[in-house]
Design a protein around this ligand. Structure first.
Ligand code: P1T
Length: 381
């Protein structure tokens, strides 16, 4: 898979895929079966039971590995299931350094669930290399980066962090906001890439899923064991939908990025807006690092309103094309209020989200229509 030397666009369409050998079907069949016939006990064609393996899932996993330039990929029933399974590589007493701006569900899983099983977490600003280094303890086993972060779009220098982590500390990158088209963490030294494939990879807001991509064979074997032992696997129909969506990732990401940059520049000039978070803006503190490690800057923007929560809520309720809904990364534009919606689980922490903040997932509609929608919503506040 990583020996596939084709460009990303070709790998996104053909990576790890072959026409179905029995029928010649060019598109992956949906193997809607839970079990497989055996000639004799233990004698089968590589598939025994669909929690363990399913051919549609195998094709999705092959594609995801090819897209991230990794040797192995594993698919899960959600991004959270992928994250939970990855964390089971670690043992009670192991310490993880995590960004203090991460998806609210990731914070909730680490702080409210996994900490009960003896895993230790320290939350730091991952755009600050010294802060990460200062948090390292003798029992630190993992550094967990989301970059760009959700929802503040902070940027971690992946290469600098993996260099600092050395051989004894693993580095995981949640690459959901960037997608494998815009950023390839394994090539920058990361050990694990995690995705909520619900987002840009699926791309059409019609399926929930997750993935882990990696190069280390021993870790892969352990994760494959855990995938079967825990059972948080996607069904064949969900694998098919994700596969179908993934093939157009590159052209969608180009348009998401173009639209978002234009909208971020427009928002920067608006008097109602105090601050715009978008790594493609020269004013963004992580812009130079983003430029170095990303192909483009993606479709996610956050904004702080000068008039606080009231203005943020009114704006989020007034758009007509941007739909007020959780999630991101689909072809359609979405808007949400993280403090009330996706990040409510951090409200009791030191890094709760400002009530004046609204997050946009900029879709691939015509940018003039999106700008007009934003203008009329600004006029309403
Ligand atoms: O929703 P799920 O597929 O389980 O993925 C969880 C997840 C993991 N990592 C990141 C960076 C994410 O943004 C998410 C999910 N995020 C949202 C639903 C959201 O609206 O931010």
């Amino acid at each position: 898979m990583s020996s596939d030397n084709n460009q990303f666009e070709t790998r996104a369409i053909h990576g790890g895929q072959q026409p179905d050998p029995s029928t010649g079907a060019v598109m992956p069949p949906i193997y809607q079966t839970s079990t497989y016939i055996q000639a004799e006990p233990g004698e089968h064609k590589g598939y025994e039971y669909s929690r363990t393996d399913n051919p549609t899932r195998t094709m999705l996993q092959n594609l995801l590995a090819a897209m991230e330039g990794g040797d192995f990929a594993l698919s899960y029933s959600s991004g959270m299931a992928a994250i939970d399974t990855l964390m089971r590589l670690f043992n009670p007493g192991d310490h993880t350094i995590v960004g203090n701006d991460v998806y609210g569900g990731t914070y909730r899983l680490f702080d409210k669930v996994l900490s009960r099983y003896g895993l230790e977490f320290t939350f730091v600003d991952i755009s600050d290399l010294q802060a990460i280094e200062a948090a390292i303890r003798p029992n630190t086993k993992l550094i967990w980066l989301e970059t760009p972060t959700n929802p503040l779009l902070s940027i971690a220098d992946i290469q600098a962090v993996t260099d600092m982590a050395g051989d004894n500390i693993k580095v995981a990158v949640d690459n959901t906001f960037a997608s494998p088209y815009l950023q390839q963490p394994l090539a920058l030294g990361a050990d694990y890439v995690i995705h909520s494939t619900t987002k840009y990879i699926g791309g059409h807001s019609d399926v929930v899923g997750g993935a882990i991509i990696l190069n280390d064979e021993a870790d892969y074997e352990q994760l494959k064991f855990l995938q079967n032992a825990i059972g948080a696997v996607p069904g064949p129909m969900d694998c098919f939908l994700t596969l179908r969506g993934a093939k157009t990732l590159h052209i969608r990401m180009d348009r998401h990025s173009q639209n978002a940059l234009q909208i971020a520049r427009f928002l920067e000039d608006q008097t109602a807006v105090e601050r715009v978070y978008y790594p493609g803006l020269e004013s963004h503190p992580g812009h130079e690092i983003a430029k170095k490690q990303m192909r483009d800057y993606g479709g996610m923007i956050s904004i702080i309103f000068k008039d606080g929560e009231k203005a943020a809520r009114k704006f989020a309720s007034s758009t007509k094309i941007f739909a007020l809904a959780e999630s991101l990364g689909g072809v359609e534009s979405l808007i949400e209020h993280p403090r009330i919606m996706t990040h409510a689980s951090t409200n009791d922490s030191d890094f709760s989200i400002s009530p004046a903040l609204v997050r946009l997932s900029v879709g691939i509609e015509h940018v003039d229509d999106l700008l007009r929608d934003i203008q009329q919503a600004l006029a309403s506040i």
